[in-house]
Design a protein around this ligand. Sequence first.
Ligand code: SF4
Length: 330
Amino acid sequence: MTPLPVLSNMLTKSRLSAARQCQRKHDLQYRYGYRPAREADPLRLGTLIHLGLESLWSRGSFRYRDMFDAGVDPWDIARIIPMLEGYAARWGETDAEEYTILAVEKEFRCPLVNPATGKESQIWQLAGKLDKIVLEKSSNRILIMEHKSSGSDISPGSTYWSRLRMDSQVSIYYAGARSLGYDVSGVLYDVLGKPKLRPYEETPEENRKYKKDGELYANQRLNAETTDEFEKRCMEEIASDPNRYYQRGEVVRLAEEMDTALIDVWQLGQQLREAERMNRSPRNPDACEKWGTLCSFFGVCSGMESLDNLMLFQRSDNVHPELSLVEIGK
Ligand code: SF4
């Protein structure tokens, strides 16, 4: 395997997350530029949800189906449209009254500073994209607003929210926003829960059981569910309990917490540098399966697939496709 000629010195939240999970995964993606040809379901849905929210915030309304190009899986659309419609119903009016948008999809690139010494890293920079910077009218405070989607429990008090207290991502957002000149007071996490429903399959003929009146028993089907039926079912599920699917919470970073989080990032950067110097990237079998989804590189690490299989992997020297490198590289 030959490393890419140009290595990125940017630490983004995705890169740090990959590095924390598994150094082999980090290296495959960020040193060698490999990506799965098809994004894993949670990532793909997350990207589409972002697209929809962007449309809502910038235009004030959705042109639902037109928003997605012809290549988008109709089952993804059937899942996402109810989430977006529910979002508009839950937050649409509040947002118009409460927030003034100062910036959308704002990219940043700033030095990684060691909080213990005040020195800038000679190797790494922090980089990323902020979903939104808003002015909260009622308090006159500037907030970063981050849209997230999650299949976990997002109810108040759940682990989802406690974990954010130590998430270095929040501190990186602060550092990024301040480097752009925004004196932010907090990060408002705007979280959409993903319905866990699955499309119904047709019941195989040999397993069908009929009642006396000739009807099939509940949960048995003559035909597989259509995308329209599935979309309607997702819509009903969300409408039955909106608080389960839409939550917001503000995460504030105290100076000490900010330092601790940035020391974590600094330390991880050091480890990545050392791994690169030694040309070693240990695998972490404990991270191969997460929430029932296998890592995209599982076949490669377990010796069953090749990175050269173009049906499975793509290679690119742009290892941060979420950023427009031209703009932030100025
Ligand atoms: S399959 Fe496992 S060991 Fe391989 S890159 Fe993914 S997480 Fe790491």
